[in-house]
Design a protein around this ligand. Structure first.
Ligand SMILES: CC(C)(COP(=O)(O)OP(=O)(O)OC[C@H]1O[C@@H](n2cnc3c(N)ncnc32)[C@H](O)[C@@H]1OP(=O)(O)O)[C@@H](O)C(=O)NCCC(=O)NCCS
Length: 200
């Protein structure tokens, strides 16, 4: 799909955009969910076959307690990652969030922080929730910094709670609460982020 067709359905911040998955994105997502090295930064690896992958994708179409966003760089229709919002709870007005930037070359350039800001903004302003929580491996310092950069705070630690590639790892609980004022206004007044995206 062309950039011109895609960009109107994307929310943008600092050269990063999040929006719906389009059919052309599926192959990249399939590769990323099966990336053993990246899985080790997040979850215990388990291969996801085509049937399981399509079933997982299908849940976003039918289950209103979850939302999937694909991350793109401005002016580039190729997906570079995805964000999952899950366990959207109508009574507690909370949800969980997870993110993956697909390839190593796209990491460490500010894309994760910008995409998270967009997703957090969406959660406050469109889902009208009050709390976002997540768990992250205590060894995943880049992810922890990305979450802190958009307002998440550490709430606790599950000791030796994950067994990743042969090693027991602590798991950190992080959360952010809805800010008292409109976050869009807060971010609009914040200094713009400097990204290091190469769109060539
Ligand atoms: C975690 C992830 C989303 C972060 O996104 P990113 O685009 O790579 O990170 P950013 O460039 O936005 O940087 C985020 C923060 O990490 C810091 N950072 C960048 N590279 C780093 C590195 N190698 N080690 C430690 N911190 C690093 C940045 O300086 C920034 O912190 P700051 O705001 O305090 O300066 C991304 O790396 C990713 O998807 N990794 C693989 C999957 C994963 O770990 N998902 C999270 C599971 S909970």
């Amino acid at each position: 799909m062309s950039v011109n067709a895609l960009m109107p359905v994307m929310q943008e911040y600092c050269d990063v955009a999040i929006g719906p998955l389009v059919p052309d994105d599926s192959a990249a997502l399939f590769r990323w969910v099966n990336d053993v090295k990246s899985a080790g930064l997040d979850v215990a690896y388990r291969p996801v076959d085509g049937v399981a992958f399509n079933a997982w994708l299908g849940t976003f179409a039918t289950d209103t307690s979850k939302v999937l966003f694909v991350i793109r760089k401005r002016g580039n229709p190729a997906p570079c990652g995805y964000i999952q919002i899950t366990n959207i709870h109508p009574i507690h007005r909370s949800a969980e969030i997870g993110i993956r930037i697909g390839s190593d070359e796209d990491r460490g350039r500010g894309i994760g922080k910008a995409a998270l800001k967009l997703a957090v903004d969406y959660i406050w302003n469109h889902l009208n929730l009050n709390r976002i929580q997540l768990t992250v491996l205590a060894t995943n310092l880049r992810a922890i910094r990305a979450y802190k950069a958009v307002g998440f705070e550490e709430e606790g630690l599950f000791r030796c709670a994950a067994f990743i590639n042969g090693v027991w790892t602590d798991v950190l609980v992080m959360a952010t609460l809805r800010p008292p004022s409109n976050p869009s206004e807060q971010w609009a007044s914040a200094a713009p982020m400097k990204l290091a995206i190469d769109n060539s």
